[in-house]
Design a protein around this ligand. Structure first.
Ligand code: DAH
Length: 342
């Protein structure tokens, strides 16, 4: 019986050192395989007297069962250890934020243009665009600004040749549209776009900026229509409680001409630094289309009247968001741009 104990002890000692599936298989073969130690014990039974055989056989079977159980337990322990190691390596931190993709959004100036377009399209206007490289004739002459007219000084220009320039305002789109319509049908358009002037860039001037031109020509257009339209525009941009006021002004292409102020959205008219203590802020220029302008673009002033207005988009954005330097719109500092992302 000592042989049984010795064999079992040797088996268990070796089992302790087993770490891999191969080592386990080898140990199993060495003890329980065809030529294994336990099988050897079983074969030794044939030399025993018959009376001892049953008891001996039972002991060998018991030993075999014990070793098999130990092998299986060790196998399970190896697998558990392996699984734990794998899990530790593959730990997922489910609290990590996911990877986000940078998503762009329209420039703030585009958003202002879009909101003004929405308003006017809702009022039945069409959106018209014109070229940024424009003829002197459309940019000035046909807007009642003949050569050497002193008002040309207000719009110092980049000339490409003596009769071609970068447009200084979006007003030439008025001329183009009226000519296109052949002096016959009513006009109701807004014209957004870039314009250029030979200004030195500073906090309030830029050699390139954006305007939106508006033009209505019909058989019974009055200044009251102009005022109602601009009131709606001012309220859309600066809040439904705004009022507007018109001040006499001068533009060569309109007569009479006005400068339009909106009641201050900051102090409600009481006076503050934004409205320079006047209660009003200037937002755009406008007027009734000059007879000469109508005539030069083929409309009969005896039959047709019209109104026009010109809005500076940057100015609106600067007022609306309290931006103090126009250059912020063009330097593409992402911190500035992202302020307007919703
Ligand atoms: N074109 C003018 C400018 O750039 C703005 C303007 C004023 C347009 C009055 C108009 C208008 O149509 O009626 O300064």
């Amino acid at each position: 019986m000592n042989a049984f104990e010795t064999l079992k002890a040797a088996f268990l000692t070796r089992l302790e050192t087993v770490k891999t599936d191969q080592e386990l298989a080898q140990l199993k073969a060495d003890y329980l395989g065809k030529k294994g130690e336990v099988t050897g014990l079983m074969q030794a039974m044939k030399d025993l007297p018959a009376a001892e055989k049953p008891a001996y056989g039972q002991k060998v079977n018991a030993l075999k069962a014990e070793l098999t159980a130990a092998l299986n337990a060790h196998k399970a322990a190896i697998e558990t250890a392996r699984m734990n190691e794998k899990l530790a390596q593959e730990t997922l931190d489910v609290t990590l934020p996911g990877r986000t993709f940078p998503v762009g959004s329209p420039h703030i100036l585009s958003k202002i243009v879009e909101s003004i377009e929405d308003l006017f399209v809702g009022l039945g206007y069409q959106i018209k665009e014109g070229p940024e490289v424009e003829s002197d004739e459309y940019n000035f002459e046909k807007l009642n600004l003949p050569k050497d007219h002193p008002a040309r000084d207000m719009q110092d220009s980049f000339y490409i040749d003596p009769s071609t320039l970068l447009r200084t305002h979006t007003s030439p789109v008025q001329v183009r549209t009226m000519l296109d319509y052949g002096g016959q049908k009513p006009v109701k358009i807004i014209c957004p776009g870039k314009v250029y002037r030979r200004d030195d860039d500073d906090a309030t001037h830029s050699h390139q900026f954006m305007q939106i031109e508006g033009l209505v020509v019909d058989e019974s257009t009055t200044m009251a229509d102009l005022k109602g339209t601009l009131l709606k525009l001012a309220q859309t941009m600066f809040g439904k409680d705004r009022t507007i006021r018109l001040r006499p002004s001068y533009f060569p292409f309109t007569e009479p001409s006005v400068e339009v102020d909106v009641s201050c959205y900051n102090c409600e008219g009481a006076g503050c630094s934004i409205c320079k203590h006047t209660g009003y802020i200037e937002i755009l220029g406008a007027g009734m289309v000059h007879d000469n302008v109508l005539k030069m673009s083929g409309y009969d002033p005896a039959k047709y009247q019209g109104f026009a207005f010109g809005i500076g988009v940057e100015r609106i954005a600067m007022l609306k968001y309290g931006i103090e330097d126009i250059r912020h719109f063009y330097t593409n500092d992402m911190r500035f741009m992202r302020m307007f992302n919703q």
